[in-house]
Design a protein around this ligand. Structure first.
Ligand code: ADP
Ligand code: MG
Length: 724
């Protein structure tokens, strides 16, 4: 038996496999949302009044009365049972990036011992999972173990099918007994209404008479890697941590730039078609798919939807992606950095806000009046990113995303805004007083404006910016591939709400002093530029000059690690932001800091243990058996009186020895549990533990490049990235 048996059999299994084909011949019109209990289905089976009530709730978030809830529940049950469902589940989104479910049967037995089915409005509305095992950041200790899930009627229920049956899934919020948010959905819904309230104020000050409820929208581009399951099973690091903790760079990586938008391998296409077919059935508008930059890396982007629905769909998309990949003998890696040395994966969150009366407020309009609204909303975003940049950094902080941010492939860990040349020019002219109420007013009379028409295609995209205006939306590009989009959406909606409230107050003051509307608007915009214009940056975000200038000249924060970023949650200004907008109470906010810190520390600890384990039980033995082989060869050479060069053996012995010394140091390091504060513990992980892990890795990777291929136990980078 040789050391590379596992690799050899994995490779032969892959080369002998045929794509897993399913018969997806049904037209889109037939499968689209067929497993979703959406408004169209409700209209078919509800009375006119009941439908009107639920539609109003879905469209405007208005509360639903219990009688209607009962009617909807009964119709939902009948629909689900007609699709084969015997169980239902409230599906919710705890503070981790996970999705959670608790399944219950429709069945009850009556006194005669017969089984009947029941599903009342109260069962639909409220569930009681045993919440005590979800991370709660101390919220639960004060409130005992009880947690509730509650139906979110604004996100449609759907059916999840397996080979053996179907389950009705009901999107829900998750809260403690005393009503504190234990999940990611409640803050998202609250942030939407805070944004709506603030936007209404601004729009009515702008003279808008009819203003429909505003909602935020989200279109998320999801990057991921596909690796054959046989390789993953042979790599405990991929299996348990989702990324390779060892691995020498292959001779060929992404330097040829030949993978981006390249031809998609057939096996991957077959997977994508199967995956998208299921997404369509679930009403998820999958729109674009293509290869990404790194070998074995791909992207899928659904069409944008209301943020709350998009967030639920994003979670579901990740679940379906993983399950479908498995059917095809592949593993979908959503980790931000599965392989060192090639690009990691992000999730660009495209975000805008709008309503049915004013449209998308981040879309420059065709009239100067509309452009004033647009400029105010854009200015509000600029102010928000400047004031709450560290918060935006904190909501995307994780052990995994730290490998991307600032690594010259993903946006830097400094939050700046890219507006594009044209819009940046407009804001600079406003700052300089070149565009003001007089120039704009004069031009408006002529039906023209120098700020009009905006070029909707911003032309050049700045891929080095973490937060970019892209024509009719902002794209938050620093979000990690495995993360829930809710955290970023909450932060963006809330900072926008705060800015719009501030703008409304300024406008109100000016207007009450008799200023005309456009004077008031340009005054506000000028102040925003004076106080916050520093955050606008259109240059190369990767350059070291920017890193220096951002911090030293512009006073922006560079927060390279999660340990640097998470304390933003403790900041007084962030506490006030969430408290004043009603999005998160101080206790709820503090619990998020605790949960995210705990997640970070746990993931570093798991990785450290894996490093110790793999180095000791797999890499060291491979090195030793190869050393023994070299020893045998040396003796053979001596027997024949032939020359023999000992350099390789010495290098292998030395690498192996130093690797094991670093392993010991790492073992001692993770035994340390005594910390004065969570912050100390975070910093210890970010600095001491990760440094030692990297040290072990450097010796291990050096061994990989020296030990005979036939003796190496772990699938290599080239194999995992290129063999499909
Ligand atoms: P690119 O790769 O050029 O950024 P993609 O087409 O891959 O563009 O993805 C863009 C994403 O932005 C899609 O999900 C798209 O639906 C979404 N999007 C487009 N317009 C808006 C908008 N107004 N608000 C939010 N998301 C949007
Ligand atoms: Mg993109």
């Amino acid at each position: 038996m040789s050391g590379n048996d596992v690799r050899v059999s994995a490779i032969s299994a892959i080369t002998n496999s045929t794509p897993y084909a399913t018969e997806q011949t049904e037209p889109l019109s037939k499968i689209w949302a067929c497993d979703v209990f959406n408004l169209a289905k409700m209209e078919e089976c509800l009375s006119k009044n009941a439908f009107k009530a639920i539609k109003n709730t879905v469209k405007t978030g208005a509360p639903l009365d219990s009688a209607t809830a009962d009617i909807v529940a009964a119709a939902m049950k009948d629909w689900a049972m007609s699709k084969g469902a015997k169980f239902f589940s409230h599906i919710f989104y705890p503070m981790t990036n996970a999705t959670a479910e608790k399944h219950d049967g429709f069945i009850i037995t009556n006194s005669d011992g017969n089984a009947i089915t029941e599903f009342t409005g109260s069962l639909l509305i409220k569930g009681e999972p045993d919440g005590s095992s979800f991370p709660n950041g101390s919220l639960r200790m004060t409130n005992a173990a009880r947690g509730y899930t509650a139906w979110d009627p604004t996100s449609p229920a759907y059916i999840m099918n397996t080979a053996n049956g179907a389950t009705l899934m009901i999107p829900s919020v998750f809260m403690s007994w005393t009503g504190e948010a234990l999940d990611k959905k409640i803050p998202l819904l609250r942030s939407n209404s805070a944004m709506n309230e603030a936007a209404q104020k601004v729009l009515s000050l702008m003279g808008e008479e009819e203003i429909a409820p505003l909602n935020s929208s989200c279109g998320a581009e999801q990057e991921y890697f596909l690796v054959d399951e046989a390789f993953v099973n042979a790599r405990p690091d991929l299996l348990l941590a989702g990324r390779t903790l060892f691995g020498a760079p292959p001779a060929k990586g992404q330097q040829f730039d030949d993978h981006y938008f390249g031809a998609i391998p057939e096996r991957v296409q077959v997977f994508m078609q199967d995956f998208e077919d299921q997404l369509y059935r679930l009403g998820i508008p999958a729109k674009t798919h293509h290869n990404e930059v790194a070998p074995g890396q791909f992207e899928i982007a659904p069409y944008y939807e209301a943020a709350n629905v998009a967030a639920d769909h994003q979670q579901l998309l990740m679940t379906v992606m993983k399950a479908t990949a498995k059917k095809h003998g592949l593993v979908a890696l959503l980790h931000e950095k599965p392989f060192a040395g090639v690009n990691g994966s992000g999730k660009h969150v495209n975000w805008s806000v709008g309503n049915s009366t004013q449209g998308n407020l981040l879309d420059p309009g065709n009239t100067p009046e509309k452009n004033l609204n647009f400029l105010l909303f854009c200015g509000a975003v600029v102010r928000g990113v400047h004031l709450y940049g560290p918060l935006l950094r904190a909501v995307i902080a994780s052990a995994a995303n730290d490998h991307r941010l600032g690594a010259n492939e993903a946006p830097p860990a400094i939050l700046s805004v890219y507006l594009g040349d044209q819009l940046e020019g407009v804001f600079k002219d406003i700052l300089a007083g070149k565009i003001n109420a007089t120039t704009c007013g004069g031009l408006m009379d002529l039906g023209l404006s120098q700020i009009l028409p905006f070029n909707r295609d911003p032309g050049d995209r700045n891929r080095t910016s973490p937060f970019a205006f892209t024509g009719n939306r902002f794209e938050f590009r620093a979000v990690g591939s495995s993360q829930s989009v809710s955290g970023p959406l909450v932060a963006m909606n809330t900072m926008l709400a705060d800015s719009l409230n501030w703008i409304a107050a300024q406008l109100e003051t000016s207007l009450s002093k008799g200023a005309d509307q456009s004077t008031a608007v340009f005054e506000v915009l000028k102040t925003i530029m004076e106080d916050h214009g520093n955050v606008i940056f259109g240059g190369d975000g990767y350059s070291s000059e920017w890193h220096k200038a951002a911090v030293e000249e512009r006073g922006l924060k560079n927060l390279p690690t999660t340990a640097d970023a998470l304390p933003a949650f403790l900041d007084e200004s962030v506490k006030n932001l969430f408290d004043s907008t009603g999005v998160l109470s101080p206790v709820e906010l503090a619990s998020r800091y605790e949960v995210y810190s705990e997640q970070y520390i746990l993931s570093i600890e798991v990785e450290a243990k894996l490093v110790i384990d793999m180095a000791t039980t797999s890499i060291y033995p491979a090195a030793m058996s190869y050393l023994a082989e070299l020893g045998t060869a040396a003796s053979a050479a001596a027997t024949f009186g032939a020359p023999f060069n000992n350099d390789l053996a010495i290098q292998v012995a030395s690498d192996a020895n130093q690797m094991m010394s670093s392993v010991s140091a790492l073992k001692d390091a993770i035994a340390q549990h005594d910390f004065d504060s969570t912050e100390d513990h975070l910093n210890y992980c970010a600095n001491t533990i990760i440094t030692l892990m990297n040290e072990v890795r450097s010796y291990a990777d050096s061994l990989e490049q020296r030990v005979a291929d036939s003796a190496w136990p772990l699938p290599k980078y080239a194999e995992m990235m290129f063999i499909k």
